[in-house]
Design a protein around this ligand. Structure first.
Ligand SMILES: [Zn+2]
Length: 194
């Protein structure tokens, strides 16, 4: 059931979570409970289904335990994105172990005449739901497009992670900015060695 489909928003949530850490710059955008709340607000796909019905009924309850779990999850998600290309077996173990620990459960949904399946957590903890959303999205990408679609930007001063959902699957850089920077650097080095 996991390979039924992935949503680009769930895939993007996984990538964005991994990229809250910028290892080369040493920047970390997930150090406080407030930052975790902002991240979840910006990524509604990672919300438990029940919480959307509770919107506006009070402050969202997030604790330091959620932050600790989200940071541990980020390590797992980043490891999956970094290694799937070279060590798919390890990436698969990380995904399956993370899904098991977050009590991932497939559910069938029906709304506005449309049927679909999704993977959610069998708990109401937001960090657990974030885990099922991100890890099941990466699992779906691997199952449908292969592990080589997960990767790390080739920009020497970047190392941001990405998932390549393009048709030809030849992405090397996280963004056009990084690709442009690399081509300018290559051009300059050709000029200087002439
Ligand atoms: Zn980059």
């Amino acid at each position: 059931m996991l390979d039924a489909c992935y949503t680009t928003s769930a895939v993007q949530t996984a990538v964005d979570l991994a990229n809250t850490l910028r290892p080369i710059k040493g920047e970390d955008a997930l150090e406080t409970v407030e930052q975790l709340r902002d991240f979840l607000d910006d990524h509604p796909t990672a919300e438990p289904p029940s919480s959307s019905a509770n919107h506006g009924t009070g402050p969202r309850h997030l604790t330091h335990a959620d932050l600790t779990e989200a940071r541990a999850l980020r390590e797992t998600v980043r490891a999956v994105l970094e290694r799937a290309n070279t060590d798919a077996d390890e990436a698969v173990d990380l995904i399956n172990d993370g899904l098991r620990r977050s009590r991932a459960t497939p559910v069938l949904r029906h709304e506005d005449g449309r049927w679909w399946t999704e993977v959610t957590s069998d708990t109401d903890r937001r960090s657990a739901h974030l885990a099922t959303t991100t890890l099941s999205a990466l699992a779906s990408v691997i199952a449908t497009l292969g592990p080589a679609r997960l990767g790390v930007c080739a920009g020497p001063s970047c190392r941001a992670t990405f998932v390549d959902l393009s048709r030809n699957g030849s992405k090397q850089y996280c963004t056009r900015t990084c690709a442009h920077r690399a081509s300018v650097a290559a051009y300059r080095s050709r000029i200087s060695t002439r």
